[in-house]
Design a protein around this ligand. Structure first.
Ligand SMILES: NC(=O)C1=CN([C@@H]2O[C@H](COP(=O)(O)OP(=O)(O)OC[C@H]3O[C@@H](n4cnc5c(N)ncnc54)[C@H](OP(=O)(O)O)[C@@H]3O)[C@@H](O)[C@H]2O)C=CC1
Ligand SMILES: N[C@@H](CC(=O)OP(=O)(O)O)C(=O)O
Length: 355
């Protein structure tokens, strides 16, 4: 198969660097174009980037000249991935869309537009069906907030099997890579410490969950959100001294009575196979949800790379005296919560003939 040509906007950042790693020798995409701010443009990528990944910078990217994020420099791209700073992403991504590009964005700016799919690719790729074909028109697909990705992954099979969840609580412990690299979280703030506030995060989690678990409108033009009456979501977000991997303690209640048994809940989680895997997408996790029975798991350092970071780990599934069940969820924030999600979404777009 001839590979599709890809570009990355915000290529020097935390998410951008992860895109470079994940697109190295990708069977479907050839990464040819890199964009960042004026500070980086005109330089070779290896000179522009402050590389912070534990894997080495792949050779193919070293000599690519970074350009400004202007559609004129990205001619010929079949798909453009964006890891742009949210202060600039809104306008730049719109200009790429208006110039006919298929844009897969990590930023929050377009997530709330009703005709923009908000996708966690192990949960709701059916929402891509509202998009026009790329050869007719440009479009934007948004990747969800990273902690929301981990939250909704176990909810999907439970709702599919047992019906609506009407109350949901999550308390997060989020990795520092989630705050980006410019400037990032200072060591003095996070070492020997926990910061019980991440600006805007709780509102994003509470709102985005309702869109991701929502449905396609009858005329296939937009996504209908779950209403506040259908599901109440409460999020509390904390930054902890972990490099990668967001951990969340969640509790939930089913609307239907009697609620399923704990064994039925575990079985539904373990048996879930995401649609991206059924479509044969290269990066889709073989095991979408890894159900861990040891009482001290999941742990970020030990479990975040399951299925190369595309799988989500769930442990400590047990009854909850307030709601029905509680559990601990771990997801890799820059893989299934960001760049990896973008790539898996693009693989789904390809499988659905949308690019
Ligand atoms: N980190 C994570 O886990 C997640 C991040 N996101 C979202 O992804 C996006 C990127 O986040 P992250 O990688 O953490 O951020 P970083 O701060 O690490 O990177 C920001 C990128 O944007 C570029 N940039 C900054 N200003 C401009 C400009 N004026 N014009 C063009 N490019 C510019 C930077 O280029 P330069 O180096 O030249 O300054 C850099 O490449 C954000 O919107 C964030 O909210 C979403 C989910 C998870
Ligand atoms: N706020 C997330 C990362 C992020 O940038 O989220 P969003 O894409 O929703 O802005 C974190 O701090 O871990």
């Amino acid at each position: 198969m001839v590979k599709k040509i890809a570009g990355v906007l915000g290529a020097t950042g935390s998410v951008g660097q992860r895109f470079i790693l994940l697109l190295n020798e990708h069977p479907d995409f050839e990464l040819k174009y890199l964009g960042a701010s004026k500070r980086s443009s005109g330089k070779k990528y290896s000179d522009a980037v402050n590389w912070k990944q534990t894997d080495l910078l792949p050779d193919f990217a070293k000599d690519i000249i970074v350009s400004e994020c202007d559609p004129a420099y990205f001619k010929g791209c079949d798909v453009v991935f964006s890891g742009l700073d949210a202060d600039y992403a809104g306008e730049i991504e719109s200009s790429f869309k208006d110039n006919g590009f298929a844009v897969v964005s990590n930023a929050k700016n377009h997530r709330r537009e009703e005709n923009v799919p908000l996708i966690v690719p192990i949960v709701n790729i059916d929402h891509l069906d509202i998009l026009p074909k790329h050869d007719k028109k440009g479009f934007i697909v948004c990747i969800s907030n990273c902690s929301t990705a981990g939250l909704v992954a176990p909810l999907k099979p439970l709702v599919e099997k047992f019906g609506p969840i009407d109350a949901l609580s999550t308390v997060t412990m989020q990795a520092i890579s989630g705050a980006g690299f410019s400037p990032g979280v200072p060591g003095i703030d996070i070492l020997d410490n926990i910061i019980p506030y991440i600006g805007g995060e709780e509102d994003k989690m509470e709102w985005e969950t309702k869109k991701i678990l929502g449905s396609i409108s009858q005329d296939q033009s937009h996504i209908k959100l779950l209403t506040d009456d259908e599901i109440k979501v409460s999020a509390q977000c904390n930054r902890v001294a972990v490099t990668d991997g967001h951990t969340e303690c969640i509790a939930l209640r089913f609307q239907n009575r009697p609620a399923p048994s704990v064994d039925q809940v575990k079985q539904a989680l373990e048996e879930y196979v995401c649609d991206a895997y059924k479509l044969g997408c290269h990066s889709a996790p073989k095991q979408t949800i890894h159900l861990l029975e040891q009482n001290d798991r999941p742990q970020p350092r030990l479990d975040r790379n399951r299925d190369n970071g595309y799988g989500v780990s769930v442990g400590r599934v047990r009854e909850d005296p307030l709601l029905d069940y509680k559990m601990v969820v771990l997801s890799h924030n820059t893989v299934i919560g960001a760049a990896g999600a973008g790539i898996l979404i693009a693989e789904c777009l390809l499988a659905k003939n949308l690019i």
